[in-house]
Design a protein around this ligand. Structure first.
Ligand code: NAP
Length: 252
């Protein structure tokens, strides 16, 4: 069975590990190429866009792919819709590997917003100390609120953003609760800004903010296509075993 994983998340990496242990599965992990340093993977990796839905469909045919797992980030909207279109065009089965978004629990001080522009104005005029964990490509929105002190965490160094009072720390998930608490306390953070990505690898910041009574401005995830969805790599593997094309399905 030949599988394409659309990656960019910890869950995609987890599935790559599982599939590497299955000699009957040849899997490829695809990245958009947004981060400069990719962690080593146990399966072959390809990097870069396919050229829209038509380009992805061409790739699926050329590589004789039997199933696609969309394990992109919940905020990577375009790729998920492209995957649906290419799956419909080629008949290659598609499953989304995506956790449900985080839900607030007692003790959380959340302000939920629809996008980054709304996030930038959600914590008011008074200068605050903000931990900004929205990805380096989302920073521009916060130029509308330059009065705050920003601690920007990102995997790669951000470029092309103008915030007069910002410090960047480079780090990549997973993060644990103790280090998230230490960071927030050490930097006297009073607002955390995050996308509601639903990932276990980044949930520790939500727990740390709860424990410290820190306000969280959280961006709701966009609407995703209505496709079969599983919540963890093990379930994705079970889905593949049940639903991927067999050689006979592609006329071999
Ligand atoms: P996007 O808006 O959905 O994608 C833009 C374009 O990038 C797509 O049309 C596609 O180009 C290409 N692309 C996206 N994911 C790809 C993949 N896994 N393999 C090959 N090409 C891919 O996505 P985005 O928000 O720019 O995010 C890009 C990547 O970063 C995603 O893979 C996502 O998992 C990861 N990521 C995103 C976020 C976020 O907050 N958006 C956070 C963490 C990680 P073509 O149309 O040319 O095929």
């Amino acid at each position: 069975m030949r599988v394409l994983i659309l990656g960019g998340t910890t869950e995609a990496t987890g599935l790559a590990r599982l599939l590497a242990a299955r000699p009957d599965i040849q899997a490829t992990l695809s990245y958009a190429g947004r981060t400069s340093s990719l962690a080593p993977q146990p399966i072959p990796v390809r990097v870069g866009g396919f050229g829209g839905p038509a380009g992805l469909a061409t790739y699926l045919d050329a590589e004789r792919i039997d199933a696609v797992v969309d394990a992109t980030h919940p905020f990577a909207e375009r790729m998920s819709w492209n995957a649906v279109a290419a799956s419909e065009q080629t008949g290659v089965p598609l499953v989304a590997l995506a956790r449900p978004p985080w839900a607030p629990v007692p003790g959380d001080r959340w302000t939920e917003v629809d996008d980054l522009a709304a996030a930038a104005t959600a914590f008011g005029e008074r200068p605050r100390r903000v931990l900004l964990t929205v990805g380096r490509l989302g920073l521009k929105a916060f130029e509308a609120a330059p009065q705050h002190h920003y601690l920007v965490r990102s995997i790669d160094p951000p470029q092309d953003f103008r915030l007069p009072d910002a410090r960047v720390i480079l780090d990549r998930p997973p993060f644990d609760r103790a280090s998230e608490r230490a960071l927030m306390q050490g930097e006297a953070v009073d607002v955390l800004v995050t996308k509601n990505a639903g990932s276990a690898a980044t949930y520790a910041k939500i727990e740390a903010a709860r424990e410290l009574g820190i306000e969280v401005v959280i961006v709701r995830p966009p609407i995703r296509p209505d496709v079969a969805t599983v919540a963890d790599p093990e379930a994705a593997l079970a889905w593949l075993d049940a639903h991927a094309r067999r050689p006979a399905d592609r006329g071999e």
